[in-house]
Each structure stands twice: as structure tokens, then as C-alpha cells.
Design a protein around this ligand. Sequence first.
Ligand SMILES: Cc1cc2nc3c(=O)[nH]c(=O)nc-3n(C[C@H](O)[C@H](O)[C@H](O)COP(=O)(O)OP(=O)(O)OC[C@H]3O[C@@H](n4cnc5c(N)ncnc54)[C@H](O)[C@@H]3O)c2cc1C
Length: 463
Amino acid sequence: MSASLLPALRTLLPTATIWDAAELASRDPGFDARNFGAAALVRPTDTGGVAALVKFCAEHGVSLVAQGGRTGLAGGASTSAGQVICDLSGLNRIEEIDPFARVAIVQAGVTLGALQEAAAEHGLDPGIDLAARGSATIGGMVSTNAGGIMAFRNGTMRHRVLGLEAVLPDGRVFCDLTRVLKTSAGYDLKHLFIGAEGTLGIVTRVALRLDPVAGASATALVGVPDAASAQQIVRHFLGSTSARLSAAEILWRNFASFMQRALGYSPGQLPLDAPCLLVLGLGADSMEAARAALEDGLAAIWEEAGIIDGLVASSDAQAAQMWRLREETVEIGRAHPMAPSFDVSVPGGGLDAYVARIEAGLKALDASYAPYVYGHLADGNLHISINCDGPVPHERHQAIEDVLYDGLREAGGSFSAEHGVGLEKREAYERHADPVKRDLARAIKGLIDPNNILNPGKIISTE
Ligand SMILES: Cc1cc2nc3c(=O)[nH]c(=O)nc-3n(C[C@H](O)[C@H](O)[C@H](O)COP(=O)(O)OP(=O)(O)OC[C@H]3O[C@@H](n4cnc5c(N)ncnc54)[C@H](O)[C@@H]3O)c2cc1C
């Protein structure tokens, strides 16, 4: 979009915040420096404003990129010169929480943290959680089909959405704000927008399921010989009827040691000397009950699972220390700027074999490679960062991807578990996603967005 269109846009949307390219250049772009490479940012305050903006851009042949909290890790919100950002943070109202039906109706720019807080007042929870909760928005999470810490229990965003509203590339509003679980009324088209990364529509409102929240939750850090042992522990707690497993995060030794150093934890502060560490969260009616259930459960499975060491946090501060070890992953980016990072799903009991295979494969590429591996154990979602600065040359990146992705699809896993495809995994999508699925996706994009107005070049290559 040329700057000459800005006055018309200001007249069209008098209540929207509008920044030009110079203003954008002076602002923090979030997790991807390319987020603010656009000609302008427009922040409407309601669905009508988003629809008017999209219609205006469509009429002027200007492409749009939706942005929520800009915490996405696949480059899905990145922009290029001439594009317009549709910033959803102005749509930040929690419209309704129905504690009886356990449903929330929210505008797309509401952050996960804000919804968690509002739902907690009714003893409820959105049932999904991730470390970027303070900034990530519901619209962004819908658009990446975010997963996070509790997906093993409650599913991903796709399983939490009951209905949604989205602005289509021609400015029409698709409205399916169903708030019931059961609807078998033809094609359930809302699912097209979930995980579409803003390429098919701009999500403006969402109806979400809420779940009752446990009265209190306790945390433990457990040292185990391998992922199989950690999975045994998880199965044990999942079988418990008295307490509710709410988190099971795994940290391989190289990642845990790196984080211990980066966070300045002194040796012995936490029991960290094991090939794998498991961070467990358990909910119960009271803190005492949750801690007791963790202690009893670990004692019961200790020998059978070959537990090396373990500690149930005795205070909120100690629990926070354990969680920082898992969640402060921005430290990797500090130590290795733009480190090549990946996000895979590995099915079933194949985690140990997978990690052993990729460690050997990466070493064969470069003897200095010792990946940081951690993730959501209970659903097999591993995050992998290479211990080098990025970006690495294209051929090397592909070679790393081949080591990480080969055989995953055939085994029933995925090269992209929860961060999306965006720009970062577009080539991987071409090389590793099913070809018929890709053909169908391209046809759907062509049907809904024939002029390629919404987030062009993301997921589906337009070259
Ligand atoms: C520290 C950290 C931890 C994280 N942990 C997890 C995790 O455990 N699980 C997980 O799944 N992700 C995780 N993420 C990734 C990120 O938080 C999620 O991808 C999140 O869903 C992005 O939300 P956002 O509002 O920041 O979206 P953005 O980054 O703004 O956008 C992401 C994508 O969605 C599109 N989009 C945004 N809003 C809309 C909308 N309203 N309509 C249409 N398209 C839209 C954008 O165009 C872009 O393609 C983490 C990120 C960080 C930084």
C-alpha cells in the first residue's frame, strides 16, 4: 500500500489506531523482526472495523497480515513492504462468560492470560495453557491451532473452539458462533479457519469451552533415565482418580543444563542430575492434597520407573523455579541468536529412539551439534533447538530438517506440532506434507481468497 492511501483509511476508520511505516520501525516487533516490515498497521476495535479494512484493502489490491500477540514462532505474522497489518489487539473484550454452560465468548485480541484470569473468577479455565500466555491472543491461538501444556488432556485449540466469527478476504463476515458442543449440520467450516494462520479469514470472535479448575496445583521435578520412564510415570498419574495431572513436560539433559546455567541456578538447588527431567503438575482440591498425591504417586512408581531423583515443590517460589527451567526458552535465543528451532510430534513410545537418532544424525552433519530437546511429553510434542547461531545456510537447514523430519509422517507424527507453518516451515510443508492434502489446501485457498489478499505466501507457496 502506498502512503497516499493512509488518509482515506483514517477517514474510513476514525476510531482505529493507524501507524505508518516510520512509526512501525520505531516499535518492538515481538518475536520476529520481520513482523513490522509493512507499510502500515491498523488496529480496529470491532468486527465492523476489520471488515471495512479488509474490503478497503481488497479493493486497492493490498494484502493484509493479521497479528495478535506476535508471539508466533513460525514467521506466520511476518510482513513485507507494501502490506498492511490488521492488529487485533483492539478487539480485546471478553463479551461473556457463562459459568453454567461453561462457555466464553471473546473477541480475538483477548490474551490467553486475560481469559484465564476472568474464567478463574468462576472457578473455570480455558483448558489450554502456554508460556506466552501474557501476550498470545485467542485469535492467534485459534489461527495456529495452539497446543501447549495441557493438550494431552484437553486437546489443542481446535478442540476448545465451539464457534467462531471471521472476516473473509472480500470483507464478508462468516459467522458461526455456535456455543454448543454438538452440531452436525453439514460441513463444519469453522475448522477451515483453525490453524489457517490468517490465510483464509481474520478471526474476530470466538466461542470457547471452559473447564472447571482444580482448587490447587502442586509441582514436582523428577529425574529419570529416559523418556520411556517418564511416560510410565505419566501413565501412572493419568490412572489416578484422586488427582488430576495437568502438566508433564520433559527436558533432556543438555537443555536442562543449559537452562540451569542461563538462569544462574546454583548446583544442588534443584535435582537436575539425570538424563531426562520431568516437570509434573497435579491438581487437587487443596495444596496439601495435591502435594500428597504427587509424593504418594511418585513413591508408588519410584522403583518400577527407575526414578533417579525427585522433589515436590514445597512453596510457590520453588514451583516457579521449576517452571522457569522449562519455560524461559527465550534464553536459547539470547545465547544463540536465531538458532534453528523445530517443533515435531513423535507418536507413541518412540521418543527415546527418535532423540537418539536425531542426536546421531546431527552429529554426523557437524560434530559440534548437541541439540536442546524439551517439550510436552504426554502428547509426544518435542521442541528442538540447535546449539548454533542462525540463520544457517539454506542447504544446511534442509539437511537438518531431513534428519529431524524423515520418517515422521510415515510413523504418524508431524513436522509441525503446534507452531504452524508460516514462512519458516513452508519448504518443509512442500517436502514433507501429503501431496494430495497440499493440492486440496491450494484449491481451498484459491476458492476463498482468489486474489491472495490474506497473508500471502504463508503455509502455501504462491511462487
Ligand atoms: C515463550 C513462548 C512459548 C510458547 N509456547 C507455546 C506452546 O506451548 N504451544 C503453542 O502452541 N505455541 C507456543 N508458542 C507460540 C505462540 O505463542 C502461539 O503460536 C500463539 O498461538 C500465537 O498467538 P499470537 O496472538 O501471538 O499470534 P501471532 O504471533 O500474532 O500470529 C500467529 C499467526 O496467526 C495469525 N493470526 C493472528 N491473529 C489472527 C486472527 N485474529 N485471525 C487470523 N489470523 C491471525 C497471524 O497472521 C500468524 O500467521 C510459544 C511462544 C513463545 C514466545
